[in-house]
Design a protein around this ligand. Sequence first.
Ligand code: AMP
Ligand code: MN
Ligand code: MN
Ligand code: MN
Length: 281
Amino acid sequence: MYYDLHTHTVWSDGDLEPASLVADASAAGVRVLALTDHDTMAGIDEAARAAHVHGIQFIPGVELSVTWAGGVTVHVVGLGVDGANAQLRQALENLREARLKRGRAMVEALSAAGLGGAQSVLERPGIVSRVHVADWLVACGHAPDRARAFKRFLVRGAPGHVAVQWPDIGVAVDWIRGAGGCPVLAHPSRYRLSGGRLEQLVRAFVEAGGLALEVVTAGLDAGEIGRLARLARRHALHASVGSDFHKALPWRLRPGGLPELPGDCRPVWERWPAIRLQGAD
Ligand code: AMP
Ligand code: MN
Ligand code: MN
Ligand code: MN
């Protein structure tokens, strides 16, 4: 696959350093790569340098956690954002702080539940995510794997869960557009919304200034991809493609291992006529 516009590194909850991610993506045939870590752009400079070395096109990005309709957490990817934009930088700094604060509260909540000693997760250089707490729980033998660590300790109603208020979807879309980026509604199938609710979410996203829908992402079959392609068309949204790569696992796609966008989609890269692929043709 030529394009992979949704990936993570150690600066959020991915396993690879930015340079390794770029090397892997390049080896897999990706020619246009976006790095979209959760709520941080700390890995962007290293990834951009590596992309230059490998001769692939690099798109600076970010994946913002946002709140929709007062309580549903949704992810909005910003593609082509300017990391030097003052408003976006301030927003990311605030999010880093909010995540650290939630991390501290999770450590305390787990300690109160008899699982002391998770402070080390607060000391990492990148953002603090529930994933890091889950990995600590697994490493200490409190859960057999990440999925069960989430289920037992970190989801709503579980002893280590701490509610967090993410920015409103419209605010996050404004930050992305204010920094020259394209807001993409990430992995629409993963919110477990009914068809009607998903339609409402997409409408709210469009009204807020959203411009694209992630139509191809990991784990979707052809039927689901077709359904999302029609959803994008109905709302006149461009279509994006991203593996959401976090970690090398035998059952997980490598960067670039996705199917093509359906032919009736308007690819999100048509929004960037300025992009010239290095080494293409
Ligand atoms: P956070 O943004 O800190 O609340 O963490 C959310 C991240 O945790 C998502 O981006 C996923 O990568 C990961 N995640 C969420 N739910 C699960 C789960 N049930 N099992 C494993 N990873 C999960
Ligand atoms: Mn993640
Ligand atoms: Mn996501
Ligand atoms: Mn992601």
